[in-house]
Design a protein around this ligand. Structure first.
Ligand code: ADP
Length: 454
């Protein structure tokens, strides 16, 4: 038994002893015990009241009731609990303050949203970048403050895997990259980053490449033009080889410049939905296959075409032609002579697919994610030797993106590759029944070499 309980039982024993003595002296046993116990209970009730008053006055140690025994123990324990709670509260408020200070100092905007896009909290940068004021706009819907249609669509779709770029509602000069992440139960954190300087640097880079390519094209065209007028047979022996090399290299440079210009155009020109036309993919592919046959020349690739005439595509014909043409040219360029290349256009389920399948040596999986990067080649010297610029697949990717499509690459080393251009249902145009276009090399052996440019 602890000391406090010994004291408490001592007190009770004292009361009982006093009642016993009183009973023996007066002869009123019941009354004596009743009086003793009543006094004992009254004393405890008084202590209880003191404790209750002390707790409601804040429970500081200096004003603690001094009753000894079990009451003193209770007072001490309550005081310790109080202190522990205070320390915990302080620690939590320190954490909250630190979080507040760091989010306030953040250059990126942060807005906490409840389900339905209601603003719960925002930092200072949210005011500067998004115009969300703290705390005046809390409780408002974010869609009422950020009215850009692309943002509203983004919110309505509710698919926040990809970030969204918008113009700041506060300053039209500011370009923002916006991301929304879900956390907890129906809560979202919206973050916005100022990417204006990044965009400016990108624009400078694009302009530089476009200007340099443009400036180089004219002198190169003149050089290749003059070189064309030379008849190799008439040239003296000692210069013939040199002139041949100059001719090859200047043509290569011209192809690179042409591809860079095509890329710049695809990157810089705004996508004009009104410019989209109905493209007869089957007819387009017939022309491209002819060009590829001419390009294959003596290598005699067997190029087969299977294109449905039932569907067309809504898009920009020159860009789609550039994308499909580059894939077919690549199949010729990167596969051995005489191998089969199958070009097809089909609609499977909801999506349309232009596929170019070859039986070449294929591409290792580690190269696949990088193939559409500019100048990325699996085998640089072989690509150069076959007239590749390393820009073809970049052109394909850009041209497809502008026309609502995606590039899908499937390749098995040693067995061949399939490059597919996949288009969503909204890009498809139903044309009705007609005989499918099935062509092979024997159909028409004539045709011009297909260049990487439209
Ligand atoms: P290039 O002008 O060299 O063809 P691309 O950007 O068109 O440049 O292609 C990048 C690289 O991808 C090529 O250098 C080649 O290594 C690889 N590649 C493209 N198409 C094929 C293909 N059908 N088969 C094998 N490799 C390919």
């Amino acid at each position: 038994m602890t000391t406090v309980w010994k004291i408490e039982f001592g007190r009770l024993a004292g009361v009982v002893a006093a009642a016993l003595l009183s009973a023996m002296l007066t002869g009123f046993w019941a009354l004596s015990f009743l009086a003793g116990l009543t006094l004992y209970i009254i004393w405890h009730l008084r202590q209880m009241r003191r404790l209750e008053r002390w707790l409601s006055s804040g429970g500081s140690l200096s004003t603690a009731p001094d009753a000894g025994g079990v009451w003193e123990q209770l007072v001490n324990q309550v005081h310790r609990l109080n202190q522990r709670n205070r320390r915990r509260k302080k620690r939590l408020s320190d954490i909250v303050n630190r979080f507040h200070r760091s989010t306030e100092a953040m250059p990126d905007a942060a807005v906490v949203l409840r389900d339905g896009g209601v603003i719960e909290w925002s930092n200072r940068a949210a005011r500067d970048l998004l115009g969300v004021r703290n705390p005046q706009d809390h409780g408002q819907r974010i869609g009422n403050l950020l009215r850009e249609p692309s943002f509203r669509d983004y919110l309505t779709r509710g698919d926040f895997d990809e970030p969204l770029d918008i113009t700041s509602p506060v300053d039209p000069e500011l370009e923002l990259n916006l991301r929304i992440v879900g956390y907890g139960d129906g809560q979202y954190l919206l973050m916005a980053r100022d990417i204006s300087s990044l965009r400016r640097i990108e624009a400078i880079r694009r302009d530089f490449v476009a200007n340099v390519s443009h400036e180089l094209r004219t002198p190169l065209t003149v050089v290749t033009g003059y070189l064309e007028s030379f008849d190799g047979e008439e040239l003296p022996e000692h210069v013939r080889e040199g002139v041949g090399a100059i001719d090859r290299q200047s043509r290569r440079m011209l192809s690179i410049v042409e591809d860079l210009l095509t890329l710049s155009k695809l990157e810089m020109e705004p996508v004009e939905p009104a410019a989209a036309e109905m493209v007869r993919v089957d007819e387009l592919l017939v022309g491209l296959v002819r060009d590829a046959e001419a390009f294959s020349g003596e290598q005699v690739h067997r190029i087969e075409l299977d294109a449905t005439p039932e569907f067309g595509l809504r898009g920009i014909a020159s860009e789609l032609s550039s994308a499909f043409g580059n894939l077919i040219t690549n199949a010729v360029r990167h596969t051995p002579a005489g191998t089969r290349i199958r070009v097809s256009w089909h609609v499977d389920g909801e999506r349309g697919r232009v596929a170019v399948r070859d039986e070449g040596q294929g591409i290792g999986p580690k190269h696949l994610p990088r193939l559409t990067e500019r100048f990325y080649r699996v085998d640089t010297s072989r690509s150069r030797a076959r007239g590749g610029t390393g820009l073809g697949l970049s052109v394909v990717k850009h041209a497809l993106t502008r026309n609502g499509g995606e590039l899908d690459i499937d390749s098995t080393p040693g067995r061949g590759s399939t490059f597919s251009c996949v288009f969503p249902a909204e890009r498809l145009v139903t044309l009705g029944q007609a005989a499918p276009v099935l062509a092979d090399r024997s159909a028409d052996p004539d045709g011009a070499r297909h260049s990487a440019n439209p």
